[in-house]
Ligand binder design. Structure first.
Ligand code: SF4
Length: 404
């Protein structure tokens, strides 16, 4: 193979002269010079071949197992894969295995019946040099790498598939929009506060607030029935962002009176008693925390439940007479997790144990695969009653021109 080859380095392809000699069968080796031997010859003669003066490569036939080489890469400069006929696709799999399973980072050369129209796909599989079949026009073949500008599958070349690129662009736009909305809130409503449940959505909002140094207060309702893991998020937030989350407690006398009249677990007995408990432990403390503020912020999303499908980014909270913002209204659960992973956001460990939505310990369970994300909240009730009184929605949407 002392003819010309195409070498690919990143996006650049060039033609160069190959100095390699291919040995097609076992037999006497030339005493020096760069030589490509059959894989079996290499595996049986590693010491003798590495003692020669010159670089060593091996070539594999399509039926050979590249795994046999995985412990014998040391001393090799090149691996060639033979295509006896252009219709034989096994060489693509060999190249992909060498790159992705066995970690070969050196040159992989396509040899044999190699045609222009295969080059784009070979490059994607991991080949980076190409010895074209006899009689093929090597200059004209250079265009073969430009056959497609978009790819749809993952491969060894690291190019992002089109659908993933598009999904990332959509996610980036959501992040920018949420950050702009938070900045708008901070400017228009200096008293605005984030009511954090310490769940993933609210941790994402906390990260956006911290990342953009926004003067937005954060509080959480300490109902007295939260999981230890949830309470632990207050310290994790302080450690990660230096932010103190204000704990808002229920009125102790009201809690005591409710418990002594109805017991510790009255919420299981009726919707009325459940709402009474939520009223004492959540709604009254929230109203107190929002007193004097002109706006509040939540981590609610539309796809969390049937009660939130019409959620807007901005609402008028008629009960409290103030503005209410849901900057993650159009985010999916995957958007939330992707943001958290990309920005190292601390998350409540319960999420990883099957709790997409987290509330008080006795009123929240893990969900089963395929269940609605809020199926674990007050699971003994109808899905259309599953709100605690903190959130009542309107279909009215005030203008958001300032953040579009
Ligand atoms: S979620 Fe359960 S424990 Fe918590 S306030 Fe509501 S009813 Fe009470």
């Amino acid at each position: 193979m002392n003819g010309r080859i195409i070498r690919l380095a990143g996006k650049d392809a060039r033609i160069e002269t190959s100095g390699w000699t291919i040995q097609t069968e076992a037999g006497a080796l030339p005493p020096d010079g760069d030589i490509i031997v059959p894989m079996s010859v290499w595996l049986q003669n590693v010491d003798a071949l590495t003692a020669r003066n010159g670089r060593i490569g091996v070539w594999l036939a399509p039926a050979e197992d590249p795994g046999a080489l995985k412990d014998a890469f040391a001393g090799l400069s090149l691996i060639a894969i033979q295509f006896p006929k252009f219709t034989d696709g096994r060489g693509y799999s060999i190249a992909a295995l060498l790159r992705r399973r066995y970690g070969w980072t050196g040159e992989i050369r396509a040899i044999g019946d190699v045609l222009r129209d295969q080059l784009f796909y070979m490059a994607r599989a991991g080949f980076d040099s190409f010895a074209l079949a006899e009689g093929r026009d090597i200059e004209a073949a250079m265009d073969g790498f430009k056959d497609f500008s978009v790819v749809y599958q993952d491969s060894s070349d690291g190019k992002a598939p089109a659908l993933r690129t598009r999904a990332q662009a959509v996610r980036d736009a959501k992040i920018i929009r949420a950050a702009k909305l938070l900045a708008h809130i901070a400017e228009q409503h200096p008293s605005a506060a984030l009511a954090s449940s310490l769940s993933a959505e609210d941790m994402v909002l906390t990260d956006l607030i911290a990342r953009n140094a926004l003067p937005i207060h954060i509080f959480t309702l300490q109902t007295g029935r939260l999981h230890e893991e949830t309470l632990g998020m207050i310290g994790k937030t302080k450690a990660r962002y230096g932010i103190d989350i204000e704990p808002i407690q229920p009125v102790a006398a009201a809690v005591e009176a409710h418990v002594s009249a109805h017991g510790d677990y009255a919420f299981y007995d009726s919707l009325e008693l459940r709402k009474a408990c939520c009223g004492i432990r959540k709604v009254e403390p929230l109203n107190r925390a929002l007193k004097g503020r002109t706006a509040w912020i939540t981590g609610q999303r539309r796809d969390q439940s049937v009660t939130r499908t019409t959620l807007h980014e901005e609402e008028h909270d008629a009960d409290r007479g103030i503005a209410k913002f849901n900057p993650l209204a159009d985010w999916t659960w995957d958007d939330v997790l992707a943001y958290a992973a990309a920005h190292d956001v601390p998350l409540n460990p319960l999420h990883a144990r099957g709790y997409p939505s987290i509330g008080c310990e006795p009123c929240t369970r893990a969900i089963r695969p395929g269940e609605d994300p809020r199926a674990g909240r007050w699971w003994w009730e109808q899905s259309d009653s599953k709100e605690c009184g903190l959130h009542t929605h309107t279909d009215e949407q005030p203008s958001l021109e300032s953040v579009s």
